[in-house]
Design a protein around this ligand. Sequence first.
Ligand code: PEP
Ligand code: MN
Length: 345
Amino acid sequence: MIIVLKRHASETDIQTVSDMVSSMRYQPRIIRGVEQTVIAGIGDELSNRSLEVLKNLPAVESVFAVQKKFKLVSRTYHAPDTVVNVGGTLIGGGTIPVLAGPCSIESYDQFRASVQDLVALGVTIVRAMPFKPRTSPYDFQGLKYDGIKIMREVKSEFKVAFVSEVMGTQQIEMLSEVADMYQVGARNGQNYDLLEHLARAGKPVLLKRGMAETVEEWLSSAEYLLVNGCQQVVLCERGLRSFDTVTRNILDVGGIAAARQLTHLPVIADPSHAAGKRSLVLPLAKAALAAGADGLEVETHPDPVGAFSDASQQIPTVEFKAFLDALAPWLELARRERSSAAEAE
Ligand code: PEP
Ligand code: MN
């Protein structure tokens, strides 16, 4: 870590700070500039206590970390793309799958029709959401246990993998028999207790970026999963909260590109929750693929007008073939580009 001392720091101040750096198990190197002195504290910032506390000393102006707070997720630690296997579908390394399905499970008929139509279009991972995180407690909260029963019935009929959101640790066990991948939603991206429990659940995790989370915080959340034993992690950019209501959230394409450079984990995008409007989902999906996304998660519904949640952004399933056809050149380009990059590694 780098400790910058104030301009007027005396020799005694410099010695005091240097001694504190040693006492915290870093080797101090004093660098005397023309105007200011800097002390480099050499040591592993992940295993040692942070020197950031030193910024409270009167002689210290600022303290900077050199190492990132995440290690296992970083490309410097593991360069090749991680490939995550969700019930036989690979995410990462150039496959570019499109996950799709309704915002929530509303009834047996609605969910079965969704799965039937999506499977016919080649979708292999379907959104199956019996638990819904809603801003208002008065809004539809999901069918919960009845939704899990519906998942079980539909799964016995179709060869398909399900991705399901969990909001609390008790839902992990409830879903374990029917879900193939757990989703952590934007509202729980920094729920570290949930992440630690999920890491031990033995299934892949789709980790959404919080609506006001920095890329580094998002990667640190993923680090919780890896350090606690889950290697099969997919990141998902779903848009950031902003002042502008023309879209529901701002899809951070720069964040997708940056995350792909910083981490070996696959990074997919959810253009539906970013757009908030059906007509904007396709252009945002294209933008996400152009920025480097390893796949997409898109909301579809057999009859979105009557949907219990997110009615205005879901794509009618009958229009989803046209959506995929329009996206095909972008998917093809992304597959070619990502596969040749993965082979070059
Ligand atoms: C979802 O995908 O069902 C969802 C609630 O999205 P987000 O967590 O990104 O808001
Ligand atoms: Mn939704």
